[in-house]
Structure formats: C-alpha cells, structure tokens
Design a protein around this ligand. Structure first.
Ligand code: SF4
Length: 390
C-alpha cells in the first residue's frame, strides 16, 4: 500500500496555484495535526497495520510543519503501519522553509529518504511573477543544508512555459538546475487554473504566455537536454538518474492501493475510492465520527479500464497489453486497431514487447489521444464500435 499525507497549509497562495491549500488560521494547525494523528490510528486499525512501501508528505507545504509535529507524525506512522525495510519516504518542501536545519533534521530523523523541493524557477523575477515566497538564494541554501544533513536523493520541481519565456531561457534553467546535482527533476508545463490571479492576468493581457509551439519545443528540447545529462524520462513530466525514479508515483501510475490522509486527500483501496472533505472543519468532524469513507464508491470496470489506460500511457514503459486483456477480457487491438495504426504512422505511439507507449511527440498530444481511446472504450462497453480511421 502507498500512504499519502496531505498538508493543506502554505505561507501564502502562489498566483497560479490550483491545489488545495491555504494559510493556517488561528488554531488550525493544532486541529489539523490532532485529526491527522487520529486518522493514522483509524486506518492502521481498519487495515490491521498494513504493509506500506511508500509514504509521501505532499501539499500544500509539508515543510511548514514544526519539527515536533514531524516527529509525532513519524512515530504515529510507524506505530500504525508496517513500513517495508526499503520504504521510500518523500517529503515535499519549499526552499524558504525546508532549508531550516531543525526542520531538515526532523525530516531525516523520521526516516525520510527523498526530498522534493518546489523550486519552479531559478530566476528571481520569474519567481516574483509567480507569487512564490522564495528567491534563488533560498534554493542554494536549502540544497546545501540538505546535503549537510545527508540527503542523497533530491527532486527539484520546475515549471516551463512561464510568462515571457522562450526556449533558451528554459534550457538555461535546466542547466542551472543540473548544477545543483539533483537525482530527480519534475518538469511541469504551467497550466492556467480557473479563478487564479494567473488566469486574470492572462485575461486582461497583463502577461503573455509563450505560444503552444514554443511550449512544445521546451518540452521536447528540455527532455533531450536532460537525457544528455543522464536523466531518463520515465513519465511525461518526470526524469531521474538511474535508480532514482519515484516509487510512490510509479506505484500510483501502476494502480497500487493508496491511502490518502488529510483534507481533500483521495484514497483507492481494492477498487473502492473516496475523498476526504476538503474543508478543514468538515474533515476534523469526519475523522472524529470515523466516517471518512462513508461516500466510497466501487469503481466500475469501465472506470478502471479508462484509468489504467490513462495512467499507464503517462509512463514511458506504457500500457501492458496483456494486463489490459486480463482486466477487460478483450484484446486492446480489437478495440483500438484503426487508431493505433494511424497514430503509429504519425510516430505518436509505438508497440514494443507487448507494451503500447506514447512517443515524446505523442506525449505532447496525449489528451487528444486519450479522448479518442475513451470514445472507443465506451463504444466497446456498449457493444458497438464506431468506424473511425483515427
Ligand atoms: S507553495 Fe505550492 S501548494 Fe502552496 S500555494 Fe504555492 S503552488 Fe500552491
């Protein structure tokens, strides 16, 4: 099982952020921590101290948690869950808070094996434009401190397609990030989330985002540059040195059971899915009344198939066609042959050793490819396949 712990607090809201997070109000950190400790005990009890291969503290900003709270959570996790000896434990943080020595020491003490830092850009003007609290010097400081404490597995999150940037600026950002010697890089395209300051700034044209072609070049040439430096792309947005893939994310894309704790966290265990309430007060009440999975739904075979296709095609390994047949009882090509042949002709997909995977150009249009596949899946589910040449 994979364990995800959502920390819903941030020091301030970044201008592009669509995640569930807010500044902690008076007493909110305390009620959150009390509820989270109760929730850990609850699931440990329900699943009889289940075996866990990965723990991921995400958010929000987990590095905002005080060191004594980090210690208390670490002890509770070990008490209520049987962590595998080679457990991967990831902790997300922002450079301005994760660089504090006592925070880093607490993170190390509870057994965290992997640090993930929200760097986003290595240019102060871009960081300010994004509404980030940290500056480039905080990144250097945090990484230096992390090395002093002994972390040897560090991920940096970066964003491309930032306002006013072009390909050269993105490649320079990657080069600067590589000088920090990370083991893993997550490179996300900037997305304009609804109801954010970024959306408003795009609407009133006070900022201009690079066009689609330029952003596509950033994705393609950025991936080439990373590969030249020994970083293998194993998922659309993720690159790592050999042996440093995120096992947590791979487990999620491979459809392993995962338990999400904290406000808004989603769980899927044995095909049952539920989401914790996003509102902190409602979450606290749901934990006290032990009604967290009261709204759980069993995923239908169609939902499971779509999810498998969608998640596996994000990875460079791709979709195991035998796995698809085992889940659906039919051959993938029986449903998708015309589309796969058309995409393959355009070098957007390839089939190798029983796996269907998107090429890098295919990844650029993955949403459109998936939309076509889902249309065919639905038709197959209803016993009628539309004739399409893809
Ligand atoms: S630090 Fe991350 S989660 Fe928090 S507001 Fe910024 S982007 Fe959102």
């Amino acid at each position: 099982m994979l364990l995800y712990i959502h920390v819903p607090f941030c020091r301030s809201k970044c201008g592009y952020c669509g995640f569930h997070s807010h500044q902690p109000g008076p007493g909110q950190m305390e009620s959150y921590v009390d509820a989270l400790l109760l929730e850990l005990a609850h699931w440990g009890d329900v699943y009889d101290r289940p075996s866990v291969s990965s723990v991921y503290f995400g958010g929000g900003t987990p590095s905002l948690l005080p060191p004594n709270v980090i210690n208390a959570l670490g002890s509770s996790i070990r008490r209520n869950f049987a962590l595998k000896p080679d457990v991967e434990m990831t902790f997300e943080g922002n450079p301005e808070t994760v660089g504090a020595m006592d925070t880093l020491q607490a993170i190390k003490d509870i057994g965290v094996t992997r640090l993930s830092m929200g760097v986003q850009s290595l240019d102060n003007a871009q960081l300010a434009a994004l509404g980030r609290r940290h500056r480039v010097r905080d990144v250097y400081r945090a990484i230096e401190q992390a090395h002093v404490i002994g972390f040897g597995n560090i991920n940096l999150d970066l964003i491309f397609g930032l306002p006013g940037t072009r390909l050269k600026i993105w490649l320079d950002t990657i080069r600067a990030a590589l000088e920090l010697c990370p083991q893993h890089l997550s490179c996300y395209a900037l997305t304009v989330e609804p109801d954010t300051p970024l959306e408003r700034a795009c609407f009133d044209r006070s900022i201009t985002l690079p066009d689609e072609q330029e952003t596509a070049k950033m994705f393609l040439y950025g991936a080439d540059l990373l590969e030249e430096h020994g970083f293998l792309q194993y998922e659309i947005s993720n690159f790592s040195k050999l042996g440093f893939q995120s096992r947590h994310n791979l487990g999620y894309w491979e459809g392993k059971n995962y338990l999400g704790l904290g406000p808004s966290a989603v769980s899927t265990v044995r095909g049952r899915r539920w989401a914790n309430p996003a509102d902190l007060g409602v979450y606290v009440n749901a934990v006290s009344s032990k009604k967290l999975d009261a709204t759980a739904e069993q995923l239908t075979p169609e939902e499971r198939t779509k999810e498998m296709v969608m998640l596996r095609l994000r990875t460079t390994r791709g979709l195991n066609l035998r796995g698809y047949r085992m889940l659906t009882g039919r051959a993938f090509m029986e449903v998708h042959r015309p589309l796969v042949e058309a995409l393959s002709h355009k070098d957007l997909v390839r089939i190798n050793n029983g796996y269907l995977r998107l090429t890098r150009h295919g990844m650029l249009v993955s949403d459109a490819i998936l939309a076509h596949m889902f249309e065919r899946e639905e038709a197959a589910g209803q016993g009628e396949l539309p004739s399409t040449s893809g």
